[in-house]
Design a protein around this ligand. Structure first.
Ligand code: TRP
Length: 361
């Protein structure tokens, strides 16, 4: 059987460089590799509501943002099915049955959920929908029989829990579901790109993101104010790379070709790093290189966005078509799930015939 991808994002804001290097850039490569039989990219609005239930307009407004980010980053609707989670009601139905296969204590132990509960100050008043979102995420993955789930490191506990549910389902009811594998970014920098302020993660609430849809001016301003080495006061001083965000971003984005073009004094990033550590290389020069490197990546994305933005109904049409394909796929899996669970009464002519016999001889 061919390999199938499912992955997605919560539509709680525009996508930023963290999403891009952590997942989106890779998805586009995977899409174009031709290695996958089917690709499903989901806008996880129902999951986003689990901790934004009181702010549905935020989710509603960000669906188009995420869709535009996807398309402009290079996801091609002819190769990747982009769809909206809540429009595939089969996913909710699967979750209801999977709930029987998971204990409360197992959900409470899920490290991602645990961290998120602390972050959101839910403490003892955790919405049940939020606590159970790993189950819903299992439905997302298994409905498409996904073999491969490209995600960031923070999602590993979700995939582990999905695998457990799949094993439990298959051993209880028969082999229907496919155990998924996570596909992590291929280098550590990309797994967790820090915010422009040097904090561990890009996050909208911290205001430390560079968005895919930022203008060149915004990108420039954000890079110029980025966190570097606070002890690197004069150009002559030796600088440290440890926690130096500008270099972390260069690690994630710079290629050797960029140096020939924008910083010909160096062959590659290693040479530039050496100079910085030795002293004599100022932050502004490094930041200017980063601006050029980012612009090379972002300007084609921006150009595609501008095109797609001109015709918003067409973007919704892409989502609608993708959703129809997704629904058909999920419906097929749900049918198999219900048959395995022995809850397919009207489709089981043997059941009806045998009971006819039992009652009537
Ligand atoms: N939880 C993911 C996130 O935080 C979004 C998501 C929902 C997802 N369902 C998924 C990712 C299924 C991969 C597979 O962004």
């Amino acid at each position: 059987m061919g390999k199938i991808i499912l992955t997605g994002d919560r539509p709680t804001g525009r996508l930023h460089l963290g999403h891009y290097v952590g997942s989106l850039r890779r998805r586009v490569e995977l899409q174009n590799s031709g290695e996958f039989e089917k690709i499903f990219i989901m806008i996880a609005d129902a999951q986003a509501l689990t901790d934004n239930f009181d702010n549905p307009d935020k989710i509603r407004d960000n669906i188009i943002e995420v869709a535009l980010d996807y398309l402009s980053a290079g996801l091609d609707p002819d190769k990747s099915n982009i769809f909206i989670q809540s429009e595939v009601s089969e996913l909710t139905e699967l979750s209801f049955y999977y709930m029987n296969l998971v204990t409360l204590s197992r959900l409470e132990r899920n490290p991602t959920v645990k961290t998120e509960i602390q972050l959101r100050n839910f403490e003892t008043s955790i919405p049940v929908g939020f606590l159970t979102y790993p189950i819903s995420q299992t439905s997302d993955i298994t409905a498409f029989k996904a073999t491969t789930v490209p995600v960031g490191e923070d999602q590993l506990p979700m995939i582990e829990q999905a695998r457990e549910i799949v094993r439990k389902f298959n051993s209880t009811y028969g082999e229907v579901l496919v155990e998924p594998n996570a596909l992590l970014p291929n280098n550590a920098v990309c797994s967790r790109l820090p915010g422009t302020d040097g904090k561990a993660k890009m996050s909208k609430s911290l205001g430390n993101c560079i968005y895919l849809s930022d203008t060149p001016e915004e990108v420039k301003k954000k890079v110029m104010s980025m966190f570097t080495d606070p002890n690197h006061l004069r150009v002559e001083d030796p600088g440290s790379l440890e926690g130096n965000t500008v270099f972390t971003y260069l690690d994630a984005f710079a290629k050797d070709e960029h140096f020939a073009e924008y910083a010909p004094d160096y062959k590659n990033l290693d040479e530039m790093k050496e100079h910085y550590q030795r002293g004599g290389l100022g932050d502004v020069k490094v930041k200017k290189l980063l601006i050029n490197v980012l612009e090379e990546e972002l300007s084609p994305i921006r150009a595609r966005r501008a095109e797609y933005q001109k015709d918003i109904p067409a973007v919704y049409e892409i989502l609608k078509k993708g959703t129809e394909v997704a629904r058909a796929e999920a419906a097929q899996t749900l049918k198999e799930v219900k048959a395995a669970m022995r809850i397919n009464y009207f489709e089981d002519s043997e059941l009806i015939a045998s009971q006819q016999k039992r009652f009537n001889g």
